[in-house]
Design a protein around this ligand. Structure first.
Ligand SMILES: [Fe+2]
Ligand SMILES: [Fe+2]
Length: 634
C-alpha cells in the first residue's frame, strides 16, 4: 500500500517538472512546442495512472464509513507528509492533502482519543490555512476563502479550550507543545480580515493572552522544553503584522499605538537573540523584514511621516537580491514595493513618482520571469495577486493589460499562447464576418450602419483582438488550479475555475486599458442562448458586444480542442472535427451563423493557417520572450 502512495507523489512531482521544462534544456525555439507536446503526452500517461490509483485506492478510503485502522492512519499520515515537496516546501497536491486531513480528523473525533484529535487538528489547520490563502486571491468570491477561515477559527477555538489549566495538564507532553504552537498559528486566520471592530478586538486580546502565556510560570513549568524565546518572538511577529498595509484592517488609533509598541519590542527581542533567531528562521524572515514592520507601524501610529516611511521602504528595497528566491528575498523584491505603491494609491503623482512606479513594475515582472521553474509559485502568486489588485495605471507607464499578460507568460506560458491564439482567431473570424455579413456587427463600438462597420473595420478588429486576448485574465488568480494536470479535477477545483470570468471582469473594469473588454471576458463561458455556462448571473444577450462574445466563445473552444499542450486528456482535434461540433451546437451553444462562417473557404484557410503555422510561431515567440527575460540582467 505504501508504495502506491509514494508512486503517486513521484508522479505528481514529475508532472510538475514536465509541465514547466527548463529552457536550458531546449536550445532551439522551434523545439519548445515539440518538447511541451511530448511532455504532455507523458503527463497524460502519468495522469491516467494517478486517476486509477485515486479511484481504486484513495477515494474509497476517504469515502468509507468505517473507522480506519491504526496502520491505515499511519500510512495516510505519511502520504500527507510526502505531498509537501521536500525541496521547496510547496505542496504537490493541496486539495488531496486536505481531503486526507479532513478524513483523519473526523476519524479521530469519533475515536475520541485526545492526543489523536490534537495531532489531526494540527494537520487540518495547516491545510485550511493554505487553502484560505490560495482562495483569498479570488477577490470576486470572498465566500470561498471565508469558509476556510471559519474552519480555521473553529480549530483555533478547540485549541484555546485546551489551554484551560486543568485540561492542559491532562495532555501528554507532545500534545501540549502542539497546543501552544497551534494557538499562535490560529491567529494567522485573521490575515486579511477587513475592518471588523469585534474581530480586531478579539485578535489583539488573543495576542495579549499569548504573550502572557509566554511569561506564565504555570505553562513554563508544564512544558519546560518548549522554545519560549522563539514563541514570544513569533507572537510579537504576528502582532506586528496585524494592521496590514495602510491599516486596511481598520484598527483604531489606540490599537495602532499598542501594535506599534509591540513591534518595538519585536525589534528588541530580535536584537537580543539575533544569532539564535536567525538560525531558527533559516532565512525565512530577517532583520530587514522586522524593520519594515516596525516602520509601517510607526507610520500607522503617527510616529513617522509618510514621506519618511516611503524613504525607508526604498532603502530596504535597495538591499534586495534579485537572484534569490528564498522567502525573505521574495518579500523584499515584491512585497516591499507593493507597500510603496499602496501609499501612492489615489494620489496625484509627480513625474518622479511615475518613473519610480514604472521601474518598480518592470523590476517585479522581471523577478517573476527569473523564478526557477515555478518553484516558489504559491508565494509569488499571493504577492502578484496583490499587485494586480492595487495596480496603478498611468499614461506612458506599464498598462494593466500588459502587466497581466506578462504575469501570465511568467507563471504559465501555455495560457499565454492560448490567449494570443484566441486573440488571433477572433480577429481573423471577425474580419471574415465584416467581409461576409457586416450587418451582424451593427451596434459594436456604436456603429449604426453597415457602412460604418466597414469604414471602422480596423477599430472593430483591434477591439475584438484585445478583448479576446484578455478573455482569461481572471485565471491569473487561480493559475495553480489551472495547471492541475495530474488527475481529474475535484468539484471544489471546478468551482475555483468557474470564478475566472467574473474575476477577470472585476479587474478589467478598473482600468482604462481593459475597461471595454470586461463584458467579453465575463461572458466567454456562457452559451449563445444563455441556457448554460457560467457565471449564472450574467446574460450575454443584453450586451452590444454580443457578436464578439459569440466569436470569442468559438475561438476559445477551437483553440482548446485543437491544442494538446496544457491539456493532458486532450488528443487534439482537426479543424473539420471542430466544425462538426460547431454544427451540432449551433443555435444553443454557439451562434447559428458560426458554422457557415468557419466553412467559408477563405475563413477555413486562414484559421487552418493559424492553427498550424500561427501556433508554432506563437510558441517560438514565447520561447524568445522567456529566454530574453531570463537572460536580462536586473
Ligand atoms: Fe476561460
Ligand atoms: Fe480560454
Amino acid at each position: 500500500m505504501l508504495d502506491e502512495y509514494k508512486e503517486y507523489v513521484d508522479r505528481m512531482s514529475e508532472i510538475r517538472r514536465l509541465s514547466t521544462p527548463s529552457l536550458n534544456e531546449i536550445e532551439v525555439a522551434d523545439d519548445y512546442r515539440e518538447r511541451l507536446r511530448d511532455n504532455f503526452v507523458r503527463i497524460g500517461e502519468l495522469a491516467d495512472l494517478n486517476r486509477k490509483f485515486l479511484d481504486a485506492v484513495f477515494y474509497p478510503i476517504i469515502k468509507s464509513e468505517d473507522l480506519l485502522g491504526s496502520e491505515s492512519v499511519g500510512e495516510m499520515e505519511e502520504f500527507g507528509e510526502q505531498l509537501v515537496s521536500a525541496e521547496t516546501g510547496e505542496s504537490l497536491d493541496l486539495p488531496i492533502m486536505s481531503l486526507l486531513a479532513e478524513r483523519l480528523f473526523k476519524d479521530a473525533e469519533k475515536k475520541g482519543d485526545m492526543s489523536d484529535r490534537i495531532r489531526q487538528a494540527d494537520s487540518l489547520m495547516v491545510t485550511c490555512y493554505e487553502l484560505m490563502n490560495m482562495t483569498r486571491r479570488i477577490r470576486a468570491y470572498p465566500e470561498i476563502s471565508d469558509q476556510y477561515r471559519q474552519q480555521g477559527f473553529e480549530i483555533g477555538n478547540f485549541f484555546f479550550e485546551l489551554l484551560e489549566k486543568e485540561v492542559f495538564l491532562e495532555q501528554d507532553m507532545d500534545s501540549r507543545m502542539v497546543i501552544l504552537t497551534d494557538i499562535r498559528f490560529s491567529l494567522a486566520f485573521y490575515e486579511g480580515l477587513y475592518g471588523d471592530k469585534e474581530s480586531n478586538e478579539k485578535q489583539l486580546f488573543l495576542l495579549e493572552k499569548l504573550l502572557d502565556i509566554t511569561e506564565d510560570p504555570f505553562y513554563k513549568d508544564a512544558v519546560p522544553d518548549f522554545d519560549w524565546i522563539y514563541a514570544r518572538f513569533r507572537t510579537l511577529n504576528y502582532y506586528a503584522m496585524t494592521a496590514e498595509s495602510l491599516n486596511s484592517c481598520g484598527f483604531s488609533p489606540e490599537q495602532l499605538e499598542q501594535i506599534y509598541l509591540r513591534s518595538k519590542e519585536l525589534c528588541e527581542i530580535w536584537d537580543a537573540n539575533e544569532d539564535y533567531l536567525g538560525k531558527m528562521l533559516e532565512g525565512m524572515d530577517d532583520r530587514r523584514y522586522i524593520e519594515f514592520m516596525y516602520h509601517r507601524n510607526s507610520f500607522l501610529a503617527g510616529h513617522l511621516s509618510e514621506e519618511d516611511f516611503r524613504k525607508k521602504l526604498i532603502e530596504i528595497y535597495r538591499q534586495r537580491d534579485v537572484r534569490d528566491y528564498a522567502a525573505a528575498s521574495i518579500y523584499l523584491n515584491v512585497s516591499i514595493p507593493c507597500e510603496y505603491i499602496g501609499l501612492l494609491q489615489g494620489k496625484y503623482l509627480t513625474m518622479e513618482e511615475k518613473l519610480t512606479l514604472k521601474s518598480i513594475y518592470e523590476n517585479m515582472i522581471s523577478y517573476a520571469f527569473h523564478m526557477p521553474n515555478g518553484e516558489t509559485m504559491t508565494v509569488m502568486l499571493e504577492y502578484f495577486a496583490g499587485i494586480i489588485e492595487d495596480f496603478i495605471e498611468v499614461p506612458g507607464g506599464v498598462t494593466f493589460e500588459n502587466m497581466v499578460l506578462q504575469c501570465i507568460v511568467a507563471f504559465h506560458p501555455p495560457t499565454y499562447v492560448h490567449s494570443v491564439m484566441v486573440g488571433q482567431i477572433t480577429e481573423c473570424l471577425c474580419g471574415h464576418l465584416i467581409r461576409l455579413w457586416p450587418e451582424k456587427l451593427i451596434g459594436i463600438l456604436g456603429c449604426s450602419s453597415v457602412e460604418e462597420v466597414v469604414e471602422r473595420r480596423d477599430e472593430v478588429l483591434s477591439f475584438a483582438y484585445h478583448a479576446a486576448l484578455c478573455h482569461d485574465f481572471g485565471k491569473i488568480t487561480i493559475i495553480d488550479t489551472v495547471f492541475v494536470y495530474g488527475r481529474r479535477l475535484l468539484d471544489m477545483e471546478f468551482n475555483l475555475i468557474k470564478t475566472h470570468p467574473k474575476t477577470g471582469y472585476d479587474m478589467m473594469k478598473k482600468y482604462a486599458s481593459t475597461r471595454n473588454y470586461g463584458e467579453v471576458a465575463v461572458c466567454h463561458h456562457k452559451w449563445y442562448d444563455n441556457s448554460r455556462g457560467y457565471p449564472e448571473d450574467f446574460d450575454s444577450r443584453k450586451y452590444a458586444v454580443k457578436p464578439i462574445i459569440d466569436i470569442v466563445l468559438c475561438a476559445d473552444c477551437l483553440d482548446a480542442a485543437t491544442d494538446t499542450v496544457g491539456r493532458s486528456y486532450n488528443k487534439g482535434k482537426k479543424l473539420s472535427g471542430f466544425i462538426e461540433e460547431l454544427k451540432e451546437g449551433a443555435g444553443d451553444h454557439y451562434a447559428p451563423w458560426l458554422p457557415d462562417l468557419l466553412s467559408d473557404p477563405l475563413a477555413t484557410a486562414d484559421v487552418e493557417y493559424l492553427l498550424q503555422n500561427g501556433r508554432q510561431q506563437n510558441y517560438r515567440n514565447v520561447y524568445y520572450l522567456l529566454r530574453n527575460m531570463q537572460e536580462r540582467e536586473v
